[in-house]
Design a protein around this ligand. Sequence first.
Ligand code: ATP
Ligand code: MG
Length: 588
Amino acid sequence: MSTDSKNTSKPAPAGAADNAPASNFLRGIIEADNAAGKYSNRTDSLGRPLPPVVTRFPPEPNGYLHIGHAKAICIDFGLARDFGGRCHMRFDDTNPTKEEQEYVDTILDSVKWLGFDWKDNTGEHLYFASDYFDKFYEIAEYLISAGHAYVDSQSADDMAKNRGNFGEPGKNSPFRDRPAAESLDLLRRMKAGEFKDGEHIVRAKIDMASPNMNMRDPAIYRIRHAHHHRTGDKWCIYPMYDYAHPLEDAIEHVSHSFCTLEFQDHRPFYDWVLERAAEGGFFKHPLPAQTEFARLNLTYAITSKRKLRQLIDENIVDGWDDPRMPTIVGIRRRGYTPESIRLFCERVGVAKADSWIDMSTLEGALRDDLDEKAPRATAVLRPLKLIIDNFPENLIDECSSPVHPHHPERGNRHFPITKELWIEAEDFMEVPSKGYFRLFPGNKVRLRYGYVVECTGCDKDADGKVIAVHCNYFADSKSGTEGSNNYKVKGNIHWVSATHALEAEVRLYDRLFTDPHPDAGGKDFKAVLNPNAKEVITAYLEQGMKAAQPDEKFQFERHGYFVADRVDSQPGRPVFNRVVTLKDSWGK
Ligand code: ATP
Ligand code: MG
């Protein structure tokens, strides 16, 4: 056995995700548009030049961002940055359900933490779709006047019935051909609050027989007597997502509107809305274009906001930032770095078809990022006392080892060796199994960075449980001294001084689910929770760990990567989270 973490994958140079973007079809589309000059020479409403690439990241402020959003963020912000454009941070808050400031704040914080910014030299590109409510309404009035929309007064049941089905055309509403003036009057009265929710609805007039259900006179405005977090009670009618989204893009001069695949069938309506609005003089060509990419599905995780909330509500996890959660705040607290998330997104790439990405890809990105960065430290997680019987009672001898094995310039760390040490319980076997080279009576091992010792026996309690191991040391065998070469041993174990070690709470986190597809096909994800996803232990750490700062990451040699918890650590009393083990023990 070895105490060296031999990382098989190549360490990624810092910033690899930023410097060497892999080619993908979205990049290809931007390059082709740039080559054709599609979005060059545009100006905004004040006549200022616009970059040829303007993207947006448009979350609804109704939950915390998760790892899937990180992919969208890397695409939206990453591509804009790579092509010298800009990405707008836009809250899609057209729904009057209680969108909360808490969500707005955490979303902004997560995007910044991932390393992206909506500010550039032209200003702060932070937008709220609700700021465009007047414009959406104005365009709705135009569409009605131009004969492209009407107020439908069918009951919800009739509307559903008349929509038809796949392979079965829908039926025109009896209100479809009511005069534009009548629809307009109704819309104004809807806006004035004269009707109850659901009494009327505004629909685009397209084609009730279209094979694309989204083109069968989709709704564009509905009545909702509800309070909005920004516009208060000003509105009691609200635009539908499919109508508002293209308009938001056009209002902001977005060029490339990237979204996930489920919106593919909505694209014809996206284009329809923009073409009609352009005819009405609201926008100029070239109009924004929507392109869909595959959403990120990560094994051993769930990303539905509703289900994540359920985990919290049922006390299965401790909150949005529980280190087992796939939320950005959760993986951040777990100890993931923004660089590792960006590296992960780069490695996952952008595909046009849905697929599953294995959790080991995310964990591998973290290992590759931290292998280079993280200082090494010693931690004994399952302690057993080792007593060096021939070691002078009060001697405190100093040992040292490199902060990082590949970076001598980062210096050495120093720690004392004393008569009583903590070692890992698994590093002693009274009766060794075949191929076991660690401590057993009569065997010699090296105490890593210290002395060679020979095991002499152990103490047991009344139940026969081993409670201490005894050994003698060889005073001329200290690592780094000349004599050390005279000792050839097969085992090398880590240890900390029992008199100097820092006792600390360590949380051993693991994957939250035991099934790679916890909620696939409507499965009950609560039936496949990993009972070992969180284990809290008391460990003994190298004394220097006392100075660990919240969020500081280490490699505990032989064990994995750990972070000082950013919430629960106190000065001089850090609490550690295991981010990931050194090697993948889950297999594929
Ligand atoms: P929910 O999980 O509740 O359906 P949502 O995906 O609708 O959430 P939004 O806030 O609307 O959440 O998402 C913002 C952006 O993030 C959208 O452009 C969406 O396409 C993208 N996004 C959401 N989930 C993923 C995912 N798993 N992979 C890639 N992009 C995603
Ligand atoms: Mg959504």
